[in-house]
Ligand binder design. Structure first.
Ligand code: NAP
Length: 259
């Protein structure tokens, strides 16, 4: 399927590895030029070069913490005119409800709610002027089904989801389409980190923790960055013009719900 976005320019945040990289690869395959971001320059530059070699698109990199004001300013400066925005950042740490302090909540809100909102606020006005734009926010399955030990994530991402539900309807008349993409468990460093925590708590191996989790998924496997990237590229495409403010769950059937 021709996604109709060849020659567009996308900012993909937190994209040297994992789901962000999957999105960047799929957009590059569709002929989109990229601005990539992550904190660590080495992995970021290696990813950028691999994408240039494979897809012959232009790739600019900005090593910066996207959750800091200074980092965002540097990314936005380098980004220039952006048609497609994919927001992403690391997720908050797991823990127990009684241990989370106000500072923990503020950090989670900053990273996973206020950062994507700041990026949309900066980049959507020029999209509106040009009459075309796409935004995909990488959130989490925790928006549809809470993950108790990820209460900081549940809270921050629910806030972003509420913001998108309203704002997507305000910008849609101007050709700017905003949707959220909700990962269930995908085989990335983040999944290793969470499975590692389970293994440690329960006194089992990492492989046992993974096998246990796989068995809970109707698809009987973890998602891949390629699965995720393909859906992201579709949500950034011409084809998605009638889909406004939706929450697309990609979870191998893990959340047991009818809607
Ligand atoms: P990952 O494999 O750990 O990759 C994270 C990527 O983001 C890396 O490129 C990392 O590079 C970059 N990054 C992290 N924090 C950043 C920051 N503050 N500024 C700029 N770049 C940053 O994680 P992932 O699995 O792709 O997860 C992406 C998001 O989806 C996270 O919010 C996660 O909580 C959420 N999620 C993931 C899963 C899953 O199963 N994988 C499920 C539900 C939700 P640097 O470290 O060099 O910055």
């Amino acid at each position: 399927m021709d996604l109709g976005i060849r020659g567009k320019r996308a900012l993909v945040c937190a994209s040297s590895k994992g789901l962000g990289r999957g999105c960047a690869e799929a957009l590059a395959e569709a002929g989109v030029d990229l601005v990539l971001n992550a904190r660590g320059a080495e992995a970021l530059d290696a990813t950028a070069q691999a994408i240039r070699d494979r897809h012959q698109v232009q790739v600019t990199t900005v090593a910066a913490d996207i959750t800091s004001e200074d980092g965002r300013a540097r990314v936005l400066d380098a980004a220039g005119e952006i048609d497609i925005l994919v927001t992403n950042a690391g997720g908050p740490p797991p823990g127990m409800w009684q241990d989370w302090t106000r500072d923990d909540f503020i950090a989670a809100l900053d990273a996973n709610m206020l950062t994507p909102i700041a990026l949309m606020t900066a980049l959507m006005p020029p999209m509106i002027e040009r009459g075309w734009g796409r935004v995909v926010n990488i959130t989490s399955q925790s928006v549809k089904g809470p993950i108790a030990q990820l209460g900081l994530s549940n809270s921050a991402r629910a806030g972003l989801t509420g913001y998108v539900a309203g704002t997507a309807r305000q910008v849609a008349p101007h050709g700017v389409i905003v949707n959220n993409l909700l990962p269930g468990i995908h085989a990335t460093d983040r999944a290793d980190q969470l499975d590692g925590g389970v293994a440690e708590r329960e006194g089992i191996t990492l492989d046992e923790a993974r096998a246990r989790r796989r068995a809970t998924l109707p698809a009987r496997r973890y998602g891949s960055a390629e699965d995720f990237g393909a859906m992201c590229a579709f949500l950034c495409s011409q084809r998605v013009g009638f889909m406004v403010g939706q929450n697309v769950l990609l979870d191998g059937g893990g959340i047991n719900a009818t809607f």
